[in-house]
Design a protein around this ligand. Structure first.
Ligand code: S3P
Length: 168
């Protein structure tokens, strides 16, 4: 059975772009948990938050983690908050290796500012300091990773190469 590769990390650390390219390189299937939840529910993540609240989204996320852990040979991009429920990571780890993507608050700020409105937890105006604050709060949860890769000041190919080296 071929293990899954599970990408965790804060919003804007590159989980989706790294995940899709890594999957191609490793001949695995790429699954983005947020997109999968959107396809199944017929609503965007923003809509789920707005209409039903964060708790409902978190329960959809847990169901998705369970479902994906039953499959293999996947590269999974989790949502930035999937780690907040430790059982999600326990379940994904049963059949996967957990890779944390990290970036500076400044880089995250630049990246997420390009896609305004798609992240309900960052609605309204926010600064790199606000992001640093959230990053600090989440740090203990991201510490569950088997491998950590910094995506700041590195291009996509360099990140992929580093991950592949770490996996070997
Ligand atoms: C969230 C991150 C988002 C999405 C939702 C909540 C979070 O995913 O799951 O908006 O709690 O950090 P990305 O990390 O892909 O932006």
């Amino acid at each position: 059975m071929k293990k899954n590769i599970v990408l965790i990390g804060f919003m804007g650390t590159g989980k989706s772009s790294v995940g899709s390219k890594l999957a191609m390189k490793l001949n695995k299937e790429f699954v983005d948990m947020d997109r999968e939840i959107e396809n199944i529910s017929g609503m965007t993540v923003t809509e789920i938050f707005r209409r039903f609240g964060e708790l409902r989204f978190r329960s959809e996320e847990s169901l998705m983690a369970k479902k994906l852990s039953l499959r293999d040979n996947l590269v999974i991009a989790t949502g930035g908050g999937t780690v907040l429920l430790p059982e999600n990571i326990e379940v994904l780890r049963q059949n996967g290796i957990i890779i944390l993507l990290e970036a500076t608050a400044q880089d995250i700020h630049t990246r997420v500012s390009r896609k305004k409105g798609t992240r309900p937890l960052l609605k309204g105006s926010y600064t790199a300091e606000d992001i640093q604050h959230l990053l600090d709060e989440r740090k203990p949860y991201y510490d569950c990773a088997d491998i950590r890769v910094n995506t700041s000041s590195k291009d996509l190919d360099a990140v992929i190469e580093e991950i592949i080296n770490e996996l070997n």
